[in-house]
Design a binder for this molecule. Structure first.
Ligand SMILES: Nc1ncnc2c1ncn2[C@@H]1O[C@H](COP(=O)(O)OP(=O)(O)O)[C@@H](O)[C@H]1O
Ligand SMILES: [Mg+2]
Length: 275
């Protein structure tokens, strides 16, 4: 089971959008996937068509009482319709651990080492999934550190803009320090550029800067600025099921991104030990 945290220090760069795009690609590819919504705003939960009051416990409650609950009893299926071309009831698995403002209880600058393991412990009990996507809040406090402790990979999202590039460099440095101290097995999978306008000279300049700064860590897939992205998210639909050429192009980019970062054989437990 590969566990990927999607992170950035800066808000609004597209963490949730990338999480949802990857979830859509994974579902289209038939990869059993769990989305863990770590952001107190719960945007991924909303985007996956899951109501905040769906009868199961939210992540903040599960993390507050990790011994009281079994994670598999508190996941809900996404409310997304089937992707294009898929048969109805094809048995595809895309589940969600609901986010809620209660997660912000852990949004402190320092979290005790035992607390840092809480998400990892919850995930240790699930076996149904090949991929777990963890949508993180825009900060490097307790919640993100808990997500990194549980992860085999961290994917950073950046926009081709001055502040976002600078923020990504700081996030990479923080991640390197964190790995040395707490979680040597976590890989910095790379940085994905989002909201790229290929015709923009400024964006080309910033992408060049990112290549120099991040080297191989800048992933070869660049996600483009998409005119109807908010409409798709607002409708709580997977991009792979949305009609039209723009959505098809975006779906293809997410397929490529998933193929670049997904390692089917990853066992997080051995990854965490650094083997
Ligand atoms: N590639 C894209 N094209 C167009 N709009 C985008 C794209 N990526 C993100 N957005 C929009 O930008 C806003 C912030 O994205 P979001 O994924 O919520 O960022 P974060 O989770 O990092 O705060 C949202 O309104 C989203 O719809
Ligand atoms: Mg978000």
């Amino acid at each position: 089971m590969q566990i990927i945290s999607i992170s950035s220090l800066k808000g609004g760069v597209g963490k949730t959008s990338v999480t949802l795009g990857l979830a859509s690609a994974a579902r289209a590819a038939g990869i059993p996937t769990l989305v863990v919504d770590m952001d107190p705003h719960g945007d991924a939960t909303t985007g996956l068509g899951v109501s905040q009051e769906s009868g199961v416990q939210d992540l903040g409650t599960l993390l507050s009482h990790p011994r009281r609950y079994t994670l598999s009893e508190h996941v809900v299926p996404s409310g997304w319709p089937e992707p294009r071309g898929a048969e109805a009831g094809s048995g595809r698995v895309l589940d969600v651990v609901r986010g809620s403002s209660r997660t912000s209880l852990f949004e402190r600058p320092s979290t005790r080492p035992r607390e840092l393991r809480r998400l990892a412990s919850l995930l240790d009990t699930v076996t149904r999934y090949a991929l777990v996507l963890v949508d993180c809040p825009p900060a490097l406090n307790g919640v993100t550190r808990m997500a990194w402790t549980a992860s085999s990979d961290v994917l950073l999202v950046a926009e081709p803009s001055l502040f976002s590039v600078a923020g990504t460099e700081r996030t990479l440095r923080a991640l390197d320090l964190f790995r040395k101290e707490y979680a040597q097995g976590v890989r910095a999978t790379g940085v994905v550029a989002n909201r790229v306008r290929p015709s923009s000279t400024e964006h080309q300049f910033r992408l060049g800067e990112m290549e120099r700064m991040f080297g191989d860590r800048l992933l070869p897939v660049h996600l483009v600025e998409q005119s109807n992205w908010q409409q798709i998210q607002g409708a709580a639909w997977p991009v792979h099921a949305w009609p039209g050429e723009t959505a098809a192009q975006s779906s293809a980019l997410f397929d490529k991104l998933l193929a670049t970062i997904h390692r089917p054989q990853t066992d997080r437990r051995s990854a965490r030990r650094g083997s």
